[in-house]
Design a protein around this ligand. Structure first.
Ligand SMILES: Cc1ncc(COP(=O)(O)O)c(C=O)c1O
Length: 390
């Protein structure tokens, strides 16, 4: 059976160009970039090339502001814990209620250690207001952390506006841009962003390689100490092949944008429009005016999202529910709950996330299968609701 992958927000396929670029660093050019001999110098050159590509993609003033990490979770942990540690371990953080657990749970841990946290709620479309963030800033606020785009509903936050407020108030601003890098235009220099987390596997690189952008002059303690790699900020022998793959993914994203984003949004819109036209009682969760190009989170009222996911999986179509991204979780999504959506929209939510490699044919296949699947799943819940809670 032909399989269709519509779960690119969870992870994305490694593009052949990316794999080809990194392959030599798994075989012949296996050197340690910290070695002085030829093998080491070749690996070092490749790592520095990737650093330039990452800097170019996000508009960093200097490549040295890119510090390679193991991915988004480490980058987010480092930004939050590193800023607080540099400030003496105390203070206040402003964040949102819809962050990924990499930020949410780190804030919870910091809270248990005595740091005060304000979690700004979103509106019903998953967007926080820059004014609410501004109102939450206090004299002892050490950091504001707001994600660029939400992984579940795709809502894009007013990050540039928030960054400008933070700059004016002299507070460092961190953004978890894991879902935005490679998909949306980003210019950290123009926006005045202090820290930005990214990971390669969300835009066709591979798992275990990401970076933290650290604006020059930022006060940030190291979390990982040792051999002093990455300008003595993040120790450990570099993941050369992963970093090279990340660099190539950054280059491809830069040269292919914005045409790739437009094509992806058009495909997503076609899918969403056809679903809403052909299947009754479907609601769009998220903000169609401010949304990642490939993401559509839909509430199939009266259906159980998990059951629908399994039915689609049996047909070879991979999507996810609102609870995806938290390994093995079947809890209702904290994002949809924070948006105060009706119960039926939360329970019946499915996320379609499109990316590189998806075609019109994929949408045809989904539309050939989905209407009947929804009907069957709704029929399995005899007392199912077809109207949302008030
Ligand atoms: C918004 C967001 N932040 C952070 C992460 C974690 O990134 P990684 O898987 O590279 O640790 C993810 C991945 O699911 C994400 O979607």
């Amino acid at each position: 059976m032909e399989t269709i992958y519509l779960d690119h927000n969870a992870t994305s396929p490694v593009r052949p160009e990316v794999a080809d670029s990194a392959r030599p660093y798994l075989t012949a050019t296996f050197g340690n970039p910290n070695s002085i001999h030829r093998f080491g110098r070749e690996a070092r050159a490749a790592v520095e090339n990737a650093r330039r590509e990452a800097a170019a993609l996000i508009g960093a003033a200097e490549p040295e502001e890119i510090i390679f990490t193991s991915g988004g979770t480490e980058s987010d942990n480092w930004a939050l814990r590193g800023v607080i540690a540099a400030a003496g371990g105390t203070g206040h953080i402003v964040t949102t209620a819809i962050e990924h657990p990499a930020v949410l749970d780190t804030c919870k841990a910091l809270e248990e250690a005595g740091v005060e946290i304000t979690r700004v709620p979103p509106n019903g479309k998953g967007r926080v207001s820059a004014g609410d963030v501004a109102d939450a800033i206090r004299p002892d606020t050490r950091l504001v952390s707001v994600m660029w785009a939400n992984n579940e509903v795709g809502t894009v936050q007013p990050v540039e506006e928030i960054a400008a407020i933070c700059r004016e108030r002299g507070v460092p601003f961190h953004t978890d841009a894991v879902q935005a890098v490679g998909k949306l235009p980003i210019d950290v220099e123009a926006a005045g962003i202090t820290l930005l987390a990214a990971t390669g596997h969300k835009f066709n690189g591979w798992k275990g390689a990401g970076f933290l952008y650290v604006r020059k002059g930022t006060r940030l303690d190291s979390l990982i100490t040792g051999g002093g790699q990455e300008q003595n900020l993040r120790s450990g022998t570099e993941n050369v092949s992963g970093i090279v793959a990340l660099g190539e993914a950054c280059r491809l994203a830069r040269v292919e944008a914005p045409a790739a984003a437009q094509a992806r949004a058009a495909l997503r819109d076609r899918l969403e429009n056809e679903i809403c036209e052909r299947i009754p009682d479907v609601v769009v969760n998220g903000d169609p005016a401010h949304r990642l190009p490939g993401t559509s989170n839909l509430g199939f009222l009266g259906a159980e999202g998990e059951t629908l996911l399994i039915r689609l999986d049996l047909e070879g179509i991979a999507v996810s529910t609102g609870s995806a991204c938290s390994a093995g979780s079947t809890e209702p999504s904290h994002v949809l709950l924070a948006m105060a959506l009706p119960d039926a929209a939360v329970k019946g939510s499915l996320r379609f996330s499109l990316g590189w490699g998806n075609t019109e044919e994929d949408i045809n296949r989904v539309m050939a299968v989905l209407p009947e699947a929804v009907e069957r799943v709704r029929a399995m819940a005899p007392r199912a609701r077809t109207t949302p809670d008030p």
